[in-house]
Design a protein around this ligand. Sequence first.
Ligand code: FAD
Length: 429
Amino acid sequence: MAAVTGGPDGAGERGLHEDAGRVVVVGGGVVGLACALRLRLAGVDCLVIDPMRDGEAASWGNAGHIAIEQVAPLASWGTVRSLPRRWFGRGGPVDVPRPWAIAPWLRRFLRACSPARHAAGQQALRGLLAEAMPAWRRLLQDIGRPGLLRESGHCVVWETADGERRGRAAWLHGDIGEARATPLTDKALAMLQARLDPPLRAGLHFEGSAQVADTGQLMRDLRAALLDRGGQWLRAKVARLAHADGHAAILLDDGRRIEADRILIAAGPGSKRLMADLDEHAPLIEERGYHLQWRDHDWPDRPPVVFEDRSVILTRFDGGLRLAGFVEFVPPGMPPDVRKWQRLRAHALALGLPVRGEPEAWCGARPTLPDYLPAIGRSRTAGNVCYAFGHQHLGLTLAAATADRVLALFRDPGDTSPVAPYGLQRFAD
Ligand SMILES: Cc1cc2nc3c(=O)[nH]c(=O)nc-3n(C[C@H](O)[C@H](O)[C@H](O)COP(=O)(O)OP(=O)(O)OC[C@H]3O[C@@H](n4cnc5c(N)ncnc54)[C@H](O)[C@@H]3O)c2cc1C
């Protein structure tokens, strides 16, 4: 039996279930890595399998914002009503270039927007988001890298009267969980304005949220910490899961077979196909986003700024200044849409961002389920498989909290209560 040390609630002496053995984590994005590291810190023999070249997955390209304020799931009638003004063709961030190809997902999304389902989702998301900051603090403390988390909140600003009216109502009167929002002082607004061209009307400062110092550095440090502590990494792609008699094994695309006491599927958008091998339906969609990042810039060391009228977020990382945005619902394999990078460039120009040179251009997919809750749980068809994926816009925020829930699941396989609202059984109909 493996001894548990450094668990989320200080329950370091509690043992893992006897069957824990070796855990193979499929997917080395931020969710898979955080889970592998938390399990390894608890004494579990851990192997991560991922073919990815650094920088490609959303875990590397995201906006770096620990967004604990985003308690309301995006599956809501409010989102549906906002679509016309948020449409890409009308200057907004939302694009659905092949609606017919994602019709089943859209049907489920509309069902999840019902007030009752939205309220239940909000409760489930609030619970996980409340753990996000403490879980990140603990995980980064445990690996000696607390400086990767910058706890200075973030700002939201508006350039238009409409944006200000809607934004104020949403953030000052809505549920923002453990975060606190206050109007930006004149001085703080003037400091931002001094760096930007268009006149800002007003803004909010959020306390309780955070950013990571650099998404790439975070990923490299999590991986290094796993390897330093005896975890393993195999650069390979899982072709499929072989499933017989309630047990799964891993088949790599080079033909090798890997037996594992336990498997954790944390392959982001790739999880859907792997779960299908187990006859488990995971209605995941790729919700793509884009960024531009300039290495050379004069943006000061400030928390992330959301330009809400433009639906973009600006984050200063150690490695450069990143402008990110767009929600593009696409079937897998579609080439990036260069118009989105052009639009980001136009926003940068209009804002007068102090940047120089050619930015790096990135596009990647959020793994999104129709109700905008993650999937965390145990397979109903293969007893040795658990899963953690589908973290949509909040994968960075929720990775460490998810890892704590996964550890709880491994500690006591009979007790699924820590993950009850997040099980895939909610899509069984
Ligand atoms: C533009 C943009 C901005 C964002 N901003 C934020 C933000 O500010 N805050 C936030 O919390 N979230 C943000 N997100 C969302 C966040 O990035 C994702 O939710 C998160 O990265 C998902 O992590 P993941 O590990 O589940 O998936 P991924 O990052 O996609 O990683 C999955 C990994 O699994 C591997 N994999 C897939 N298939 C297989 C297979 N068959 N075999 C082996 N390995 C496999 C892949 O190679 C990949 O490395 C943003 C996303 C985008 C696109």
